[in-house]
Design a protein around this ligand. Structure first.
Ligand SMILES: [Zn+2]
Ligand SMILES: [Zn+2]
Length: 103
């Protein structure tokens, strides 16, 4: 099971089981997804707010953003609710590729 870490401090952010797929496999052909989307995460302070940034709990590095009403991925596909992490700001260990599995 892959784990995803803050690139700055190494804090665990989420695991591969939290990932949400969204593009019906199209991202694998075009390779345009620059973000990962997860289920709503307990540690993200997202209660009572429609949208905001997601900060690493340990070092407060901005690793992504969330929006309950949805956000488009870089591939054009909408994800709702969206808990979006920037691939460039997180690190993965334990899996081969930084590509979410389809549901
Ligand atoms: Zn961090
Ligand atoms: Zn995408």
């Amino acid at each position: 099971m892959g784990l995803y870490y803050c690139k700055r401090c190494g804090e665990v952010l989420f695991s591969a089981k939290d990932l949400v797929g969204h593009s019906n496999g199209r991202d694998q052909q075009s390779g345009t997804c620059t973000s990962l989307f997860t289920e709503p995460l307990d540690w993200v302070d997202a209660v009572g707010r429609n949208q905001g940034r997601i900060y690493c709990q340990r070092c407060t590095f901005c690793v992504g953003r969330f929006c309950w009403s949805g956000m488009p991925c870089s591939c054009g596909e909408w994800v709702r609710p969206a808990f979006q992490f920037h691939s460039a700001r997180i690190e993965v260990r334990g899996v081969v590729k930084l590509v979410p599995k389809q549901h």
